[in-house]
Design a protein around this ligand. Structure first.
Ligand code: C2E
Ligand code: CA
Ligand code: CA
Length: 756
C-alpha cells in the first residue's frame, strides 16, 4: 500500500491517475445524465400520449358519430363509447376481439340478415354511407337504423392498414322524416278540404299547389291552376298590390301580411279577395315558398260599397243626396277657372204637398221617382242630379257652354213634365219652378253653399212670379238662406207689430153641416213678402223665446176672437208646439186669457201632435194636466200618423182626435185610406173621444166619413182659413141644404166626448 502511495507520489503517475479519475468521473456523469434524459423523454412521451388519448376520447364522446377501428386481421382495435352504445355492445368485450365474434346481428335495408363485415363495408373501397339495421332496445322487432361509412387508412396501426368505421344512429332522423311526411300529408289533406282558399306559391310567385276552394273562387280547377303565375289571375289594376309586401316578407322585414285585391275569374267576373301571406323558410333560414290563404271578400266589399252608396244617395230615386251633391259641387268649383264652366239648377215641384195630401205618400213617392227620371233624361250626362229634400232637386252642371246647357236642361225638364202622369185613373200634371245660377267670383269665394243658395233664390223668384218657370239668379235676389235667417230675425219685432195673425177655418158637424168651431191657423202678413204660410217660417223658428212669445200672442188673439165671435157656442182650437208647451207658463197664460175674456174653458181647445203628447217631458205633462183639469179640451192632431201604440191614447189627457188628412185624401178611391179612416173612427169612439176629420175637399169624402162615424169635419169643401174679420162678419150658416138643418146645442167637445 505504501508502494502504491509512493507510486502516486511520483509526479507522472499522479498526473495520469488524476486524469484517469477525471475521465471516470466525466463518464459517470455522462451516463447518469443520459439515463435521466431518456427517462424524462419517455415520461414526456407517455404524458403526451395520455393527453392525446384523453383528447381523443373527449372528441369521440362528444361527436354524435361512433367510431370503430378494425385492423387488417379483422381485430377490433378501438370502439368508441358512442359506437358501443349505438350497437348495443360492451366495449370491454369487443376491443381486441375479431369483428366476426362480436355478438351482433345486422340486417340490410330490406331487413335481410347480413354479415357484419359486409354491413360495415370493411375492406371495400366504397366510402358511400350505407344504412343498416341493428337490434334496437325494445325487443325482437325493434330495429335501429344506423348509417355506417367505412374508410381505409393505409398506415394506421403498426404501420398496417386499418378500416375506420363511423356509425351514426339515424332512427331519430327517420322518425322525424316520417313525422314530416305524415304531417305533410295531414297538411295537404287539411288544405284540400279547407273551406277557405289556400295556395302554396313558389318564390317566383307561381302557384305550386292550390285547394278546391281556391280553384272555385277563381272559377277554375286545381289542375289547371297548378303552375300558373299567381299574377295571371290578378285584376290588371291590382297587379302590384302585393309586390312591396312580398319583398319585405322575403327580406325578413315582416313575418306575414294581408292585402285585399281583385282577381278576374275565368268567366270574366271580378272577385275581391283578402290574401294572408306567410313565408316558409328552410331550417337555415333561406326562403322556400309562400303559404297563401285567400278569402272571398266580394260580399263584404259589395256591402261596404252599398253602404257607401246609401250614405251618398237618396234611397227612393237613387239620385245623389245632399251630402254627395255638396262634395261634387265643391270639387268642380275647386278646379281651375270654374267661372262660366260651373252652374247649378235648383228644381222645386209646384203643388207637390197638395198632391201628397190628396193621394197619399205612396203616390207622392211615385211622382218623385217619375220626376227623377225626367231630370236624368234632361241632364243627359251633362251633370249630376241630386234630390236634396222632399220635392227639391239640384243639378250641378260642368260644361264649356254652361249657361246654354243649363237653359237646355231647364227647358227639357218643363217639356218632360208636360206629359201627364197617370195616377189612380187620374192624369196628373206636374210643374216645377227652376232657378239657375252660374259660378262667379262671389259664389266661388263662398263655396258650394253660396252657389246653391243663389240657385235657390232664383227658384223662389220663379215660384213667386207664377210657377212652372225658370229664373236666372241676379245679385238683387235674396238667397234662400238669407230669407230664412232674415225672417226668423225679424220675427220678434213682427209679433210686436201684430203681423202674425190667426186665420180661422170652420169646423162643422158633418151630419147637420153646422159650424161648431174653428181651427186657428197662423199667417204672417209680411210687409214686403206678402202673406206667408206657417211652413215658410215656423220650421226655421229655433229660438225658444220667440216661439213662446208667438204662442202667448196667439193665445190672446184666439181668446179675443172667441169673446167677439159670431157665436157664444163655437170653440177655437189652437195649434201648440212642444216648444211653446214646454214653457212652464203656458197653462197659466191660457187660463188667464180665459179669465180675462170671461170665457167658458171648454171653448178654447188645444191641438197637439202625438210627438209632443207622448214626450216623456214631465213639465209638458204637468202643463197638459193643469189645462185638462181646468176644463180646457186637448185634441190629438194628425191622428193616425204617430208611432206609439194606439192603446196609449187611453192614458193621455185628450178629449178628441183629428184624423190626418192623408187618410182623407184617398177617400173613396183608395180602399186602404178608406178602411183606415173607418177603423180609426171606430177606435176613437170606442175610447170615448170626439172625432174630427181634416182636409175634406169633396162631398164624397164628407159623406163617407160621416157614415164611418166621424162626427166633425173641416176642409176646403166647407171653407178655407180666413181672417177673424171675415169670419165675424159672416153669419154661421148651414153649408149644405141636402141635410136637414138641426139646431146644434152641445158645442163643447167634452159634451161631444160623452155623447160619442
Ligand atoms: P195642421 O194643424 O194639420 O193644419 C192643417 C193644414 O191643412 C193647414 O195648413 C190648413 O190650411 C190646411 N188645410 C185645411 N183644409 C185643407 C184641405 O181641405 N185640403 C188641404 N190640402 N189642406 C187643407 P197651414 O195653415 O199651412 O198649417 C200648416 C201647419 O202649420 C199646421 O198643420 C200646423 O201644424 C202648423 N200651424 C199652423 N198654425 C199654427 C200655429 O198657430 N201655431 C203652431 N204652433 N203651429 C201652427
Ligand atoms: Ca191642427
Ligand atoms: Ca192636422
Amino acid at each position: 500500500m505504501g508502494g502504491l502511495v509512493e507510486l502516486f507520489q511520483q509526479p507522472a503517475v499522479a498526473a495520469t491517475a488524476t486524469a484517469l479519475v477525471l475521465v471516470l468521473a466525466a463518464l459517470t456523469f455522462f451516463f447518469f445524465w443520459r439515463s435521466t434524459r431518456a427517462r424524462q423523454v419517455r415520461d414526456q412521451v407517455v404524458a403526451r400520449e395520455r393527453r392525446m388519448q384523453r383528447r381523443f376520447e373527449a372528441v369521440m364522446s362528444s361527436t354524435r358519430d361512433g367510431i370503430i377501428i378494425v385492423t387488417q386481421s379483422d381485430e377490433i382495435a378501438l370502439l368508441s363509447d358512442v359506437a358501443a352504445s349505438v350497437l348495443g355492445v360492451s366495449r370491454e368485450d369487443a376491443v381486441g376481439r375479431p369483428l366476426s365474434r362480436l355478438n351482433l346481428r345486422a340486417v340490410d335495408d330490406r331487413v335481410h340478415p347480413i354479415m357484419l363485415r359486409q354491413a360495415f363495408g370493411i375492406g371495400s373501397d366504397d366510402e358511400t354511407p350505407r344504412i343498416v339495421g341493428v337490434p334496437g332496445r325494445r325487443g325482437a322487432d325493434d330495429i335501429r337504423w344506423v348509417q355506417v361509412r367505412a374508410r381505409v387508412v393505409p398506415e394506421g396501426l403498426d404501420d398496417g392498414p386499418v378500416t375506420v368505421v363511423t356509425i351514426m344512429d339515424t332512427s331519430g332522423l327517420r322518425e322525424a322524416a316520417e313525422a314530416i311526411s305524415r304531417s305533410d300529408a295531414q297538411f295537404r289533406k287539411a288544405m284540400e278540404n279547407a273551406p277557405v282558399g289556400m295556395a302554396l306559391v313558389d318564390l317566383e310567385w307561381r302557384l305550386m299547389e292550390v285547394n278546391r276552394a281556391f280553384a272555385e273562387m277563381m272559377g277554375s280547377t286545381v289542375s289547371a291552376l297548378r303552375g300558373t303565375p299567381f299574377s295571371a289571375l290578378s285584376h290588371p289594376q291590382d297587379l302590384q298590390a302585393e309586390s312591396d309586401q312580398l319583398q319585405r316578407l322575403y327580406e325578413g322585414r315582416q313575418n306575414r301580411f294581408s292585402v285585399e285585391k281583385r282577381y278576374v275569374r275565368v268567366d270574366g267576373n271580378v272577385v275581391w279577395a283578402v290574401l294572408d301571406v306567410g313565408l316558409v323558410r328552410y331550417a337555415g333560414g333561406a326562403p322556400d315558398h309562400y303559404v297563401v290563404q285567400v278569402r272571398d271578400s266580394t260580399d263584404d266589399r259589395m256591402h261596404t260599397e252599398l253602404m257607401a252608396h246609401r250614405a251618398m244617395h237618396d234611397p227612393l230615386t237613387g239620385l245623389a243626396n245632399r251630402t254627395l251633391l255638396q262634395e261634387v259641387l265643391q270639387e268642380v268649383l275647386d278646379q281651375p277657372n270654374p267661372e262660366q264652366y260651373v252652374g247649378v239648377l235648383a228644381v222645386d215641384l209646384d203643388g207637390f204637398k197638395a198632391l201628397n195630401d190628396r193621394f197619399g205618400h205612396a203616390t207622392g213617392d211615385t211622382a218623385l221617382v217619375h220626376v227623377a227620371g225626367i231630370l236624368r233624361a234632361a241632364t243627359a250626362g251633362h251633370g249630376t242630379v241630386a234630390r236634396t229634400g222632399g220635392d227639391e232637386f239640384v243639378i250641378v252642371v260642368q260644361h264649356e257652354e254652361c249657361s246654354k246647357t243649363m237653359y237646355g236642361i231647364a227647358t227639357a225638364i218643363h217639356e218632360g213634365l208636360k206629359r201627364p202622369m197617370p195616377i189612380k185613373r187620374h192624369q196628373i200634371q206636374l210643374h216645377a219652378s227652376i232657378g239657375i245660377a252660374v259660378a262667379d267670383s262671389d259664389t266661388i269665394a263662398g263655396g258650394a253653399p253660396t252657389l246653391l243658395s243663389a240657385a235657390d233664390a232664383a227658384m223662389y223668384r220663379a215660384k213667386q212670379t207664377g210657377k212652372a218657370r225658370t229664373e236666372v239668379f241676379e245679385p238683387s235676389m235674396h238667397t234662400a238662406s238669407d230669407t230664412a235667417a232674415a225672417l226668423v230675425g225679424e220675427m220678434a219685432e213682427a209679433i210686436d207689430r201684430g203681423e202674425l195673425v190667426l186665420y180661422y177655418q170652420p169646423i162643422l158637424e158633418l151630419a147637420t153641416r153646422t159650424i161648431v168651431g174653428y181651427e186657428a191657423l197662423v199667417r204672417w202678413q209680411h210687409p214686403t213678402r206678402g202673406l206667408l204660410l206657417p211652413g215658410a217660417f215656423l220650421p226655421h223658428l229655433e229660438d225658444r223665446q220667440v216661439s213662446t212669445q208667438l204662442g202667448a200672442a196667439l193665445v190672446d188673439q184666439a181668446a179675443k176672437f172667441l169673446a167677439d165671435g159670431p157665436s157664444q157656442h163655437t170653440w177655437v182650437s189652437l195649434n201648440v208646439s212642444a216648444d211653446q208647451l214646454g214653457d212652464s207658463e203656458f197653462a197659466d197664460r191660457v187660463l188667464s186669457a180665459i179669465g180675462r175674456h170671461q170665457l167658458s174653458p171648454q171653448r178654447l181647445v188645444v191641438e197637439l201632435t202625438e210627438a209632443s203628447l207622448v214626450a216623456p217631458n214631465t213639465r209638458i205633462r204637468h202643463e197638459l194636466t193643469e189645462l185638462r183639469n181646468a176644463g180646457v179640451p186637448i185634441l190629438l192632431d194628425d191622428f193616425g200618423t204617430g208611432v206609439s201604440p194606439l192603446s196609449y191614447l187611453r192614458d193621455l189627457p185628450v178629449s178628441g182626435v183629428k184624423l190626418d188628412m192623408s187618410f182623407v185624401a184617398g177617400i173613396p178611391e183608395d180602399p186602404a185610406g178608406a178602411r183606415v179612416s173607418r177603423a180609426l173612427g171606430a177606435l176613437a169612439r170606442e175610447l170615448g173621444l170626439a172625432t174630427i176629420a181634416e182636409g175634406i175637399e169633396t162631398e164624397a169624402q164628407a159623406e163617407y166619413l160621416a157614415r164611418c162615424g166621424w162626427r166633425y169635419g173641416q176642409g176646403w169643401l166647407f171653407g178655407v182659413a180666413q181672417p177673424a174679420q171675415a169670419v165675424t162678419e159672416a153669419v154661421p150658416v148651414v153649408v149644405s141644404s141636402l141635410i136637414d138643418p138641426r139646431p146644434y146645442e152641445a158645442t163643447s167637445l167634452d159634451a161631444a166626448r160623452t155623447e160619442n
